[in-house]
Every structure is written in C-alpha cells, then in structure tokens.
Write a protein that binds this ligand. Structure first.
Ligand SMILES: Cc1ncc(COP(=O)(O)O)c(C=O)c1O
Length: 362
C-alpha cells in the first residue's frame, strides 16, 4: 500500500464537539456540518461519531452527500444546506431529508412529491441577510408566503441565514446581518407564519456572537480543530502523513524537480515523499512549505509534483528511508501553517485531501 494516509482522531473530534456544547449550553441543538466528506475527514465515520456524542443533526450540501449517509444506515436528521433541484424533490421526501428552500419552484416540487407519497415534507426558509449567495430577501418574504402558505404537504420547520464575516474581528457586518435577520423573524410573526427553529451561527459566530446561537448552531470547521478563537481548546482532527521513499545526497548546484525551480546551495540530503497535488497537497506550496520529520522542520524544495514532493533533510539527524513525515496536524506544522503558505484557508486544504489518500481512524 502506498505509504500516504490521513490519520483521523475521532477522540479529538468528540472533544471539539464537547467545546461547542460548552459554548452553547444544553438547550441549543447542534447541527454538525459534515458536507464535503466532513471537510475531508470521511462523512460516514464522522457523522456516526457526531450523532453518538452530542450532535442533534447533520448538515450537508447536496442530496448525494445525504444519500451516502442514508445508505450507510444513518437514520438521524439530515439538513440540506445548499440548493436542491426540483427534480430531487422525490428523493428528498422519500429519505426524510430537510432541505433549505428559498424558491417557490423547489417548494412546489417538494409539495407535489410529498402529496404524491402521502407524506409531509419539512423545510427551512433561507433568508439572505447580506451574504448575497442564496436566500429570500427580507423584502420578499411576504410574497413568498402568499404562495407558499397555500401549498399542501409542506411544513415550515425553520428559518435561517448565513453570516458572511463573523470571523473578522474588526467587522460589524455580523451585527448588521443579525439585525436584518431579526427584522425578518419579526416580520414573519406579523404575517402569522409560525416555525420551530431560527438559526444563523457557524463556527466563528458560535465563538464570538452568543446572540447568534438561537435554536440551532451549525459548527463546521471548529469540529475539525481549526478556526479556534480566544481561549477555546480545539484539537486538530486530521494528521496528513507519508513516509520517505528515497534519500539521496546531491552536490551544490543540483536542480530539484520540474523546471529546476530550486537549486541546491550546499551538499544536500534530499528526501522524496510520495504525496503530491493529486493527493490534495497544494502545488502552491512549491518551495514554500515545511514538513515535520524526526522532530524537526524540513523545507520543501522544488515544485510539488502530481505524486511526489522533495524535502531537504540535511539537518535531520539519523533520517532513514521509511521514516514517517507529517505534512500537517502535529505540534510542528498545523493546517493553518499550510494554508497560509499556500495563501488559502484551512477549509480548502482539509476538504481537498483527495479520495486517493486513505483515511485511518484512531
Ligand atoms: C450554511 C452554512 N452553515 C454553516 C457552515 C459551517 O461553517 P464553518 O465551517 O465556518 O463553521 C457552512 C459552511 O460553509 C454553511 O455553508
């Protein structure tokens, strides 16, 4: 087996979920966000762990993500955060999924599918309060319900919004969005529209805006040990690992990798590692990243290839072929380090670890 793998600590995941519970208290429901294969950590194992250790429901982006969980035997509540196609209404009803709705087309299809099957479909109205991505504007709520209220077979269970800037300390945009959302909720009350749940909080707002907690919180990245703010004790869940497959001593002036973008300046011990951009290790890390080997940091030299990278291990005492190397997730290199070197965010680095990399649960 190719010696490259992602080690997933379900204990760390449980501990992070426990941190969310401490922040929100016992009366708020937790929707664990497990879209994008649980941010790269493996949706089925993570979902089972979440539901078994304090999460009340799961959130995914697409119907196919939800179906992977249903096929694996997960019977808990699954919320579809993203957009669904009217053609998916039947499968949504049959599998008791709860979709976000913001368009009458989708709601009509849901109503028709539910009536045809003699069932009732629950949905949450998505209100756009300033993210400008998906949702009904507050000004359009009245006309939405002028039609929606008459549809048979569908029940409004929740109303929610998504916050665009809650992780930015100097921004007051979250207060603005929460204000708009509250106006929308008030307006619904005036129209006589009733529903059980209001929700708005992602990881950053769970930590920074207690006002945003409402009835359900939707933590994603913090469950995976990133995006912690202040004193909170989050633990990284994924360690991306590989083993050295070749070691070679080369002389000064030796070009390394495609295009010779790095040229050795000294006698250099080069270690070749079997991980590349096809595994989700970003090519933008070429000549920029460091890896953890033998308790030291070793610099990546040359370009990231599709299946390999090279690192300078000259200063790592006793290094051998077969030694374990951590790309991120230990005390020396965090996923945040890697994302800042690649000029991206930890969400992208984690969720792009490719299916070619086996997940090992510990
Ligand atoms: C609607 C919605 N809620 C919650 C989340 C979770 O966000 P985070 O990972 O920042 O906690 C996301 C993620 O993008 C989302 O799209």
């Amino acid at each position: 087996m190719r010696p490259t793998w992602a080690e997933i600590s379900l204990d760390s995941f449980k501990s992070n979920l426990g941190e969310v519970r401490k922040l929100v208290g016992e009366d708020v429901r937790i929707m664990a966000i497990v879209k994008a294969d649980a941010y790269g950590h493996g949706a089925v194992r993570v979902s089972e762990t979440a539901l078994g250790h304090g999460a009340d429901m799961l959130g995914v982006a697409t119907v196919s993500e939800a179906m992977e969980l249903r096929r694996a035997g997960i019977t808990g509540e699954i919320f579809l955060l993203g957009s669904i196609d009217p053609q998916e209404a039947g499968i949504v009803v049959e599998n008791a999924l709860t979709p976000a709705c913001y368009s009458l087309d989708v709601l009509e299809a849901l109503s028709e599918a539910a009536v045809k099957r003699g069932k009732t479909a629950r949905y949450h109205l998505k209100v756009d309060t300033g993210m400008t991505r998906l949702g009904v504007g507050v000004g359009d709520i009245e006309s939405f319900f002028a039609s929606a209220s008459a549809l048979p077979g569908v029940i409004l269970e929740g109303v929610f919004t998504h916050l665009a800037s809650s992780e930015i300390p100097q921004s007051d945009y979250t207060d603005y969005q929460l204000g708009v959302f509250r106006e929308g909720l008030f307006f619904l009350g005036e129209l006589g529209v009733k529903c059980r749940y209001a929700h708005s909080a992602n990881s950053a707002s769970i930590q920074r805006f207690p006002d945003s907690h409402m009835d359900i919180v939707r933590p994603g990245i913090m469950l995976y040990g990133s995006g912690g703010m202040g004193e909170i004790g989050l633990r990284p869940v994924m360690k991306l690992k590989t083993r050295i497959v070749q070691l070679r001593e080369v002389s000064p002036g030796t070009p390394v990798g495609y295009g010779g973008s790095f040229v050795t300046g000294r006698e250099t011990l080069v270690a070749t590692l079997p991980i590349g951009y096809a595994d989700g290790y970003p090519r933008a890390l070429s000549n920029r990243a460091k890896v953890s080997v033998g308790g030291r940091l070793a610099p990546l030299i040359g370009s990231v290839c599709m299946d390999f990278i090279m690192v300078d291990v000259t200063d790592v005492p006793g290094v051998c072929v077969g030694d374990e190397v951590v790309l991120f997730g230990d005390d020396l290199v965090s996923v945040e380090d890697v994302s800042s070197w690649a000029e991206t965010i930890s969400y992208e680095v984690l969720s792009r670890v490719s299916p070619r990399v086996p997940r090992r649960y510990v």
